[in-house]
Each structure stands twice: as structure tokens, then as C-alpha cells.
Design a protein around this ligand. Structure first.
Ligand SMILES: [Zn+2]
Ligand SMILES: [Zn+2]
Length: 296
């Protein structure tokens, strides 16, 4: 999981993602080992090939959702806005397409959270277009990795359905050998697929509705636009194409060995001011002292 700060290692948070990986990879491996050889010979080689491609697609999206930076904003430096911290109001309001949107002051990151940004209590970072924190991928879902999370859900639903239907073919093709090991394994994998289908398909349906309406999970569950207009929606088709086809947003933090930040400055942080700019600013204020006077 990408991080903006150095944090303590908590093994318990790796349990859900490890369990998800074991179930996904373990069940699919058993399916390929015990069910697919018969499908390949007796039904069609296209079925194992389709399942292999779909499984790789699921794994690729799962990995991207897990390991990609979701859009973490770097924290302001310790001394930046030091005085403002006490005087700053808790909220500032900006207008987005005629709708007033509140930006809350984040006392941990020391800036006003841009619209749709929220501070994740698990990761302890502000995340751009925060959707939710997903323990199953052990990462925040935000602007940068939402596409992969969404594609992971859709492809996982299709994969589970495909494994179940192929298992059904196998079982119906071996009515008198259901106590044999391959049939028993196939039925066990079908049980796992049946168990996971409804929660995964339900979550996928929920996110299809969210994408079509241009909302995040966070906005939906907190009722942000209840009874009002969502200024971030561009209509169903554009909302879908924005999630699936828009270019990848920039990273605001750079991961390195000593955790240094800022490869790209977010738009709301003050830009660094050069010495010549400081000089201009002083002269604008009418103070004619030479620039050297202010150098430490
Ligand atoms: Zn924050
Ligand atoms: Zn998080």
C-alpha cells in the first residue's frame, strides 16, 4: 500500500487481503487443475482459454487496486501555515458549477481538503476523490485506482459466474462419479463461487450505479447530494467514460527510501517562492530595503 507517512507495521490489516488472495488464486488453481482438462476435451478448448484470460484480467486489476497510489496528497510542511492554523476557519466554501461545496480544514495534513477529498482514518492520509478504504485490497480507493477497483469487481463477477457454470457442466457430465476427487473438488469450488457471488455481484451493481451517477461511495453513504444537484456529474455516458477512459491523474507523492515528497505540487499548496520573487513582493509593499537584509 502506498503511504505518505512512515507508519507502524500492523499485521492484522493484511488478513483480509491475504484471505481474498488465497480464495481467489487457490479456488481458480483447483478449477484449472481438476475441471478444465475435461472441459478442454469434452466441451471446447475455448472455455479454459476464456477462463484463463479472465483470471489474468482479474489478477491484474486486483494488483493495480492494491499497489497503486490512490491519489494521496502530501502533508504541508511543519512550519507551513503555522500561524494560520490557529486563526483558520474550519470550513471554506467554493462554488462548483453554481453549487456551494465545503472544503474542511484537515488538521493532520494542514490544508483545506479539496472538493471530493477525504482523510482516510486507516491510512491516515488525505486522498483525492476518496471513495472508501477497502480492506480486501488493503488500500484506499481514490481517483487514481478507482478504475482498476471497478474493473476488478466487474471481472470478478464474470469470473465467478463462469467458474460456477463450467463446474455445473462438469458435474452434469459425471452423474455417476461425483465421489471421485475431480468431481468433489469441482463441487467444492462451485460452493466457494456460490458463496462469494451474491456479495461480489451486489457490490458490483452498487458501483455500476455510482459510476453512472458520478458519485463516490463516500458521497453516497454520507448523503452529500441528497435532494440537491451533484456538480460532479456529467451525465451517465460521460461519467462512465470518465472512469474507464480518462487519462491517468498525476501522483502527488514520490515513493523513495527516505520517503521524500512532492514530485508534482498539488494545485492548492503555495508554490515555492524564489529569491527574485521575494524581492518583487517586498518592493510591491513599498519597503525599499535591500533584499540582503532579509536573508538569514
Ligand atoms: Zn488529511
Ligand atoms: Zn485508506
Amino acid at each position: 500500500m502506498p503511504a505518505g507517512t512512515v507508519k507502524s507495521f500492523k499485521p492484522s490489516k493484511y488478513i483480509p487481503v491475504s484471505a481474498a488472495t488465497v480464495f481467489l488464486v487457490g479456488s481458480t488453481t483447483l478449477f484449472f487443475a481438476f475441471t478444465c482438462p475435461w472441459l478442454n476435451v469434452e466441451v471446447s478448448p475455448a472455455l479454459p482459454a476464456y477462463n484463463a484470460v479472465m483470471f489474468l484480467f482479474v489478477l491484474a486489476n486486483f494488483s493495480m487496486a492494491t499497489f497503486m497510489d490512490p491519489g494521496i496528497f502530501p502533508r504541508a510542511e511543519e512550519d507551513e501555515d503555522k500561524d494560520d492554523d490557529f486563526r483558520a476557519p474550519l470550513y471554506k466554501t467554493v462554488e462548483v458549477r453554481g453549487v456551494q461545496v465545503r472544503m474542511k480544514w484537515c488538521s493532520t495534513c494542514r490544508f483545506y481538503r479539496p472538493p471530493r477529498c477525504s482523510h482516510c482514518s486507516v491510512c491516515d492520509n488525505c486522498v483525492e476523490e476518496f471513495d472508501h478504504h477497502c480492506p480486501w485490497v488493503n488500500n484506499c480507493i481514490g481517483r487514481r485506482n478507482y478504475r482498476y477497483f471497478f474493473l476488478f469487481l466487474v471481472s470478478l463477477t464474470l469470473h465467478i459466474m463462469s467458474v460456477f457454470i463450467c463446474g455445473l457442466f462438469y458435474t452434469l457430465g459425471h452423474p455417476n462419479q461425483l465421489r471421485d476427487i475431480p468431481a468433489a473438488v469441482t463441487i467444492s469450488v462451485m460452493c466457494v463461487a456460490g458463496l462469494f457471488f451474491f456479495p461480489v455481484a451486489g457490490l458490483t451493481g452498487f458501483h455500476i450505479v455510482l459510476v453512472s451517477r458520478g458519485r463516490t461511495t463516500n458521497e453516497q453513504v454520507t448523503g452529500k447530494f441528497r435532494g440537491g444537484v451533484n456538480p460532479f456529474s456529467n451525465g451517465c455516458c460521460r461519467n462512465v467514460s470518465h472512469v474507464l477512459c480518462s487519462s491517468s491523474p498525476p501522483r502527488y507523492i514520490k515513493r523513495s527510501h527516505n520517503q521524500t515528497f512532492l514530485s508534482v505540487s498539488p494545485p492548492f499548496l503555495r508554490p515555492e517562492v524564489s529569491e527574485s520573487q521575494i524581492g518583487l513582493k517586498i518592493l510591491d509593499n513599498g519597503i525599499q530595503s535591500p533584499l540582503q537584509h532579509y536573508q538569514v
